[in-house]
Design a protein around this ligand. Structure first.
Ligand SMILES: Nc1ncnc2c1ncn2[C@@H]1O[C@H](COP(=O)(O)OP(=O)(O)OP(=O)(O)O)[C@@H](O)[C@H]1O
Length: 251
């Protein structure tokens, strides 16, 4: 689904990370983890084509979406078609406050298809049903709990049935029980719809609950310091930072 090759991110003179390579396989929940400021969000933005890499490339669904040599990446209509097949829920990706949940989910469908109003409404309802929000379709975001808002954000990201969904810190700001509910939803969607997920998080419980595989970025190392099944990393890693993270020990 995704192939990241020798990727580097720089802001001005400052290198955030370099030599980052990994693959995301079909149907898995892939977690990007690491401490604050190690570049998780930056990596996500590179993976969805928002930034141009300082080096390396990102291939998504068989196409080069981002490359240091810009002319290698898809452009124009091909790029737009590729981006339509990717769903993203940003951490700050608030819903439009003046619109109901159903209208929020309908928005990308309206933007990207010529479907008539009734069909759009039906699709939006179906997506809200998938995330357990059928009853809340006519409510405004301000009337919902934090967990419901996150679910609605996922429904909106899924509006166009993307095979690939990116979630930026989905459990940020949620209490542990709500966060566990969201983790269950992510696993269910991956299992039942075959959607591939890339999730940025530093919540250890979430990582262990949802992650098939993960990479761990590190600010000091400016790159990946661990890759694999998070449960195995917890048991077997000998890297002090990785152990500290998974076992909640001081490094
Ligand atoms: N657009 C930008 N311009 C300049 N520096 C940036 C930009 N975006 C991020 N950075 C810097 O890059 C570093 C990595 O930021 P990033 O947000 O990717 O980290 P993160 O791992 O997602 O952190 P957190 O977990 O705290 O959200 C930080 O030092 C940040 O200040």
């Amino acid at each position: 689904m995704i192939r990241v090759r020798d990727l580097a991110a720089r802001f001005g003179e400052r290198t955030i990370f370099e030599h980052v390579s990994f693959e995301v396989r079909r149907g898995e929940v892939f977690v990007i983890l690491g401490g604050s400021g190690c570049g998780k969000s930056t990596l996500l933005k590179l993976m969805v084509g928002l930034y141009e890499p300082a080096a390396g490339s990102v291939e998504v669904l068989g196409r080069v979406l981002a490359a240091a040599e810009g002319d290698r990446a898809v452009a124009g209509r091909e790029r737009r078609a590729l981006l339509r097949r990717i769903g993203v829920m940003w951490q700050s990706g608030a819903l439009f406050g003046s619109m109901t949940l159903a209208e929020n989910v309908e928005l990308p469908i309206e933007e990207h298809t010529d479907l008539p109003r009734e069909a759009r409404a039906l699709l939006a309802r179906a997506k809200l049903g998938l995330v357990g929000l059928s009853e809340a379709a006519e409510r405004l975001p301000a009337e919902l709990s934090g967990g419901m808002v996150k679910r609605a954000g996922i429904a909106r990201a899924m509006a166009l049935d993307p095979p690939l969904l990116f979630l930026d810190e989905p459990s940020a700001g949620l209490d542990p029980i709500t966060s566990a509910g969201l983790d269950r939803l992510i696993r269910e969607l991956a299992r039942d719809l075959g959607t591939t997920f890339v999730v940025v998080t530093h919540e250890l419980q979430s990582i262990l609950a949802i992650g098939d595989r993960c990479i761990m970025l590190d600010r000091e190392a400016k790159g990946v310091i661990a890759e694999g099944d998070p449960r195995r990393l917890r048991e077997e890693s000998t890297h002090p930072t990785v152990r500290a993270f998974f076992r909640r020990e001081a490094a």
